[in-house]
Ligand binder design. Structure first.
Ligand SMILES: *[C@@H]1O[C@H](CO)[C@@H](O)[C@H](O)[C@H]1NC(C)=O
Ligand SMILES: *[C@@H]1O[C@H](CO)[C@@H](O)[C@H](O)[C@H]1NC(C)=O
Ligand SMILES: *[C@@H]1O[C@H](CO)[C@@H](O)[C@H](O)[C@H]1NC(C)=O
Length: 415
């Protein structure tokens, strides 16, 4: 008996080793010391540097998503001198690993109005953390409207969902959140879109409020939004302590990551979600989130479920769902990596596999996405050093990796 346990232990160790070795397959597609931008001319570039409209070290990439040969990258206005908050890098071969960010939809939309001014029309982006490419060739952008968060925070405009047609690069709609969608400490860093490719008009967006502990649902067809509140959206006070890249800090971020499972015959999905400062994963059916009346019904409390515990130090920013393997991918901020959980199994720490971990190159795995070709994209950006210390411009600070989902889960419980 003792012998059996011993060999099981050895097997478990080997199994663990095998999982970690999967990180060897990550392809480093981009690696920047500092971000550069595709300026319209050298004069404009020099003037921006001189006027402080571009401070290279203050431009930190944070979110990503892929559409065809464009890899969208967001650059939130944490500090002053962000050249453009939304842009993309080209995936045309040969890929330039230090490519300049091309502003999207164009330069004009990314230029902040001068002190006290307001944007001229609806086609503008103030500050964006995350974007979402949907199956209808649209880019959904969550614009916080807030510039210079860590310096002199300036509200340029209220939070808004901004939608672009990726085939024409034209603005489809700018939807400004209603006053009742907002709380004192609201902060909208993420956006996930729920849509069937045959019913593009019937899209819904779900936007977690990490500071006000809510989820806003938006219907494209009704052009209306409503807000859910729930205890599960709050952070866990016992798990708000982080040690990442040699920096210790405490966060109170609530509901943050959200990813959608496959559609059932009625078109509804399971929405998996988690507060950032928490070790748990929760879920709710999108039939609830889509229902405006339900938002104000106290009985829907029980429609929200605890899926389970992800394990020690398993705090997650972004998540992404792979429909082929039924696996949910989860960034692991305190483990410099990414994990996966096969949702056909119970969520327990044993059923969560660490599929990538690298204390050198995966410091703060900020965003992940799975594209239409089943590539997993991972963005790491040393954000704690950027916020609480300083980044060294002589080191590589920002990286984007690509790996086939099938390769990264091979040999794990997610395969
Ligand atoms: C890659 O992009 C950078 C930044 O735009 C540029 O300086 C460099 O010349 C490019 N390299 C190649 C090989 O095109
Ligand atoms: C959507 O709603 C907003 C706010 O209620 C309104 O300003 C805007 O005109 C509407 N857009 C469309 C296309 O109906
Ligand atoms: C929406 O929610 C309300 C309140 O919980 C419920 O009475 C109603 O049946 C729901 N509607 C649908 C279409 O599920």
């Amino acid at each position: 008996m003792l012998c059996f346990y011993f060999s099981f232990f050895v097997f478990a160790l080997v199994g663990h080793d095998h999982q970690v070795s999967a990180l060897a397959n990550l392809e480093e597609v981009f690696a920047w010391k500092e971000l550069s931008f595709a300026w319209p001319s050298e004069e404009v570039h020099n003037a921006a540097l001189k006027d402080g409209d571009y401070v290279p070290g203050n431009n930190l990439p944070l979110g990503l998503d892929r559409w065809k040969n464009k890899l969208f990258v967001t650059v939130p206005r944490w500090k002053n001198g962000v050249a453009a908050s939304l842009g993309y890098v080209s995936l045309d071969e040969p890929i330039n690993k230090t490519a300049s960010i091309v502003p999207y939809p164009d330069w004009k939309a990314n230029i902040l109005p001068k002190a006290g001014g307001k944007p001229e029309d609806d086609n503008y982006i103030v500050s964006v953390f995350r974007v979402f490419v949907d199956v209808c060739d649209r880019l959904w952008v969550m614009d916080t409207g807030l510039a210079d968060i860590l310096g002199e925070p300036t509200v340029i405009s209220p939070p808004a969902i901004v939608i672009y047609d990726l085939n024409t690069d034209k603005l489809i709609r700018r939807y400004t959140f209603k006053a009742e969608d907002l709380k004192q400490d609201s902060f909208f860093a993420n956006i996930v879109v729920d849509v069937d490719k045959d019913k593009c008009d019937e899209a819904y967006a779900y936007v977690p409020d990490l500071g006000g502990y809510g989820i806003i649902a938006y219907s494209l067809k009704e052009n209306d939004s409503w807000r859910f509140k729930h205890n599960f959206f709050h952070f866990d006070p016992l798990h708000g302590d982080f040690n990442v890249g040699g920096v210790n800090f405490q966060w109170t971020d609530g509901v943050f990551g959200l990813a959608l499972g496959p559609a059932d015959q009625n078109g509804f999905r399971t929405a998996y979600f988690h507060p950032l400062a928490s070790l748990n994963e929760f879920s709710v059916n999108t039939a609830i989130l889509r229902n405006k009346t339900a938002a104000n019904d106290p009985h829907i409390y029980y429609a929200f479920k605890l899926e389970g515990l992800k394990g020690e130090k398993s705090q997650t920013s972004a998540s992404a769902f792979d429909e082929e393997s039924n696996s949910l991918f989860l960034t692991q901020l305190n483990k410099d990596g990414v994990a996966c959980w096969n949702t056909k199994r119970h969520l327990t720490p044993e059923n969560v596999a660490l599929v990538a971990s690298d204390p050198g190159r995966l410091i703060f795995t900020n965003d992940i996405k799975i594209d239409a070709e089943r590539n997993l994209w991972i963005l790491s950006d040393k954000m704690p050093q950027f916020i609480y210390r300083e980044l060294d411009p002589n080191e590589v600070n920002y990286r984007i990796f690509r790996v086939k989902v099938a390769d990264v889960i091979a040999g794990t419980a997610c395969a």
